[in-house]
Design a protein around this ligand. Structure first.
Ligand code: SF4
Length: 486
């Protein structure tokens, strides 16, 4: 059966989608990716492909795009449409409430999607055999199969099918390839949906799973032999939390792959041994979750218990090993003052961060951070609903989402954050910048972001420009960005 995957752009794709493609091919199906941004006439292209099934992944936060397109497709394409992704996984009732959908699979789909394709190919309609499938019966009611247990042996899955990108050569010519060694995250940050997902699905078995280091290295080596790359990004939420695993990975990766790579880490995991193993493996850059310069905010609001000394020690090891240091930061946490936000600039400067990344804290329904913010009066139910509506309608503008007397200054600091860290500005200079016209201009802030990300991922100018023209800003991501839920 021909199966169409649809995503909005080519930036930061879902690793899960490539695995699904391989799984479907093993069962004799023919998957094809359609990137909306790159199709002059998406519906014409879909019509020519004539799929037996259309898969659309709807991500939480990106659901305006997903729901709008899925509704259009459901209304004018005759092939059945199945909705997957983090949005139906975390808010299934919102998806089931929409009359235009007939098939929904929440959660991981490695087993469910091939099973659905077989049922549709056979024409039997025995949907009871598709684990986790929710389907609408005549009369409008939904039938729901229970979610299957988490697949524990993820190494038994076939390697990601990179040929899915062949219709869009700019993706392969970029020379940067993402690989993921595991699924789930062992941390419990209060603002992250990963945490809610693991709590809500405890009965499905072990949530955090990982491939063996030798198996993972072999997967990368085999893939790069066919689709060469200058740079590899380990897309795991955390790549460094298991020193034993890294011991098996480092030498093998250098010997069998030898391509510079970047990865994500927590400060606590950057021990002497871990950093030395990263260096041995040929690590080019590490992105560390700093989030806030204020220890109390990190601990009390974000549930990230890492004291400044641990941060200092971890980052210093990275710099000493001559590995590029990037950081994740947030501004506009519930109760955060301008002075506390300024301390995040200060800490990034002190740690010698070369690629500082900055984002606003966004309230996600159901997370501990959002619940506490409402209890403590930083957000009302109405305000949360308003933000969700803006996100849902695609009108959301980046800004502090929680009530704060410092909202304007926080918004301005957000714009000059990277410049301040990269230039190592003194606090008085940062404050002057916050009051200046530059803090209201979008251009320098976005250009600097582009340059910093280009450096982190080792992207050459020409391929980077081509990617940018096709897919947009490098900090953007497809609406189906997730490592294990397509
Ligand atoms: S470390 Fe990252 S992925 Fe893991 S829970 Fe925290 S924010 Fe989420």
């Amino acid at each position: 059966m021909r199966i169409a995957f649809i995503q909005d752009s080519g930036m930061n794709e879902s690793a899960a989608l490539l695995v699904l493609s391989s799984v479907l091919k093993l069962e004799g199906h023919l998957p094809r990716l359609f990137i909306e941004n790159d199709e002059r006439d998406l519906f014409g292209s879909l019509g020519r492909f004539d799929p037996g099934l259309i898969v659309i992944a709807i991500d939480i936060g990106g659901h305006y795009w997903g729901l709008t397109l899925a509704s259009k497709i459901a209304g004018c394409v005759k092939a059945p449409l199945v909705v997957v992704g983090t949005y139906p996984t975390l808010d299934i009732e919102a998806v089931l409430a929409r009359p235009e959908f007939r098939l929904v699979i929440p959660g991981e789909c490695d087993v469910a999607l091939p099973a659905l394709a077989s049922v549709l190919s056979s024409g039997q309609g025995d949907f009871e055999n598709v684990p986790g499938l929710h389907w609408r019966v005549d009369g409008g009611a939904w039938c729901r199969n229970p979610l299957p247990p988490y697949l524990q042996d993820i190494e038994s899955l076939p390697a990601p099918d990179v040929s899915l990108f062949e219709p869009y050569p700019y993706l392969l010519e970029l020379g940067v390839r993402r690989f993921v060694s595991g699924r789930g995250c062992p941390n419990k940050c209060s603002y992250c949906y990963n945490n809610e997902l693991s709590r809500g699905t405890r009965s499905l078995g072990q949530y955090v799973r990982r491939k063996s280091a030798p198996g993972f290295v072999e997967e990368i080596a085999t893939s790069l032999a066919r689709y060469p790359a200058r740079h590899v990004h380990m897309g795991d939420d955390l790549f460094t939390h298991d020193a034993g695993w890294l011991r098996q990975f480092a030498g093998r990766y250098r010997r069998d792959v030898g391509v510079p790579f970047t990865c994500n880490a927590t400060p606590m995991s950057l021990t002497e041994e871990t950093v030395s193993l990263l260096s041995e493996a040929g690590c080019h850059g590490v992105a560390v979750g700093i989030e806030s310069g204020d220890e109390t905010l990190r601990e009390r609001i974000l549930d990230r218990p890492a004291c400044d000394d641990v941060l200092r020690a971890g980052c210093e090891r990275v710099r000493k090993a001559k590995i590029l240091l990037a950081s994740f930061n947030m501004i506009g946490m519930p109760g955060e003052t301008f002075c506390q936000a300024l301390s995040t600039v200060r800490l990034n400067k002190e740690l010698g961060v070369q690629v500082p990344r900055i984002n606003f804290t966004i309230p996600l329904r159901g997370t501990r951070l959002t619940q506490r913010a409402m209890e403590e009066g930083y957000l009302t139910r109405e305000e949360l609903a308003g933000i969700e509506q803006e996100v849902a309608s695609g009108r959301f503008k980046m800004r502090p989402c929680f009530r704060s007397p410092d909202a304007t200054r926080l918004e301005r600091l957000f714009r000059v954050f990277q410049l301040s860290v990269v230039l190592g500005l003194a606090e008085s200079q940062v404050c002057r910048l916050v009051c200046s016209g530059l803090a209201t201009s979008v251009v320098p802030f976005r250009s600097l972001m582009l340059l910093l990300e280009k450096r982190f991922f080792g992207v050459p100018w020409l391929a980077g420009m081509r990617m940018f023209l096709h897919a947009g800003h490098p900090l953007g991501r497809t609406k189906n960005f997730n490592n294990f839920i397509p």
